[in-house]
Design a protein around this ligand. Structure first.
Ligand code: SF4
Ligand code: SF4
Length: 116
């Protein structure tokens, strides 16, 4: 490739200025939003209780920092406001009978129930 030196005169001055402008970075106001600048969505969780394994000790209800685990009349846990769960897994870790599992919930995801 051969480059020839073009003298800058009034005729091609505008053309050169435009070429230089195109190579300059765009102003921050016009920059597209990146994934990092978008507000983070709150993660949602599902708390699953295996009632058959539960011995009604009440530990999960006592330790939940959000105080969302309520016990029914026979001491089995239940949650009405699942969206308030922070996913800390305190209940899952401390249940002596391994009767609790926490799963992250993706509301937009299609459920297959194990079928494809
Ligand atoms: S900590 Fe486990 S065994 Fe105790 S009430 Fe909760 S689910 Fe049941
Ligand atoms: S994961 Fe944390 S916030 Fe959610 S129910 Fe268990 S203890 Fe409560």
């Amino acid at each position: 490739m051969v480059f020839t030196e073009v003298p800058i005169n009034s005729k091609n001055e505008k053309l050169v200025i435009n070429m230089v402008k195109e190579t300059m970075p765009k102003k921050s106001g016009t920059r597209k939003k990146t994934a990092a600048s978008k507000p983070k969505k709150k993660k949602l969780y599902t708390v699953i209780f295996f009632q058959k394994w539960c011995k009604s000790c009440g530990l999960c209800s006592a330790l939940c920092p959000k105080k969302i685990i309520k016990l029914d009349d026979i001491g089995h846990p239940a949650i009405n406001d699942m969206d308030s769960c922070s996913g800390c897994r305190f209940c899952e870790i401390h249940c002596p009978d391994f009767a609790i599992t926490i799963k992250e919930r993706h509301p937009g995801r299609r459920r297959t129930n194990g079928k494809h």
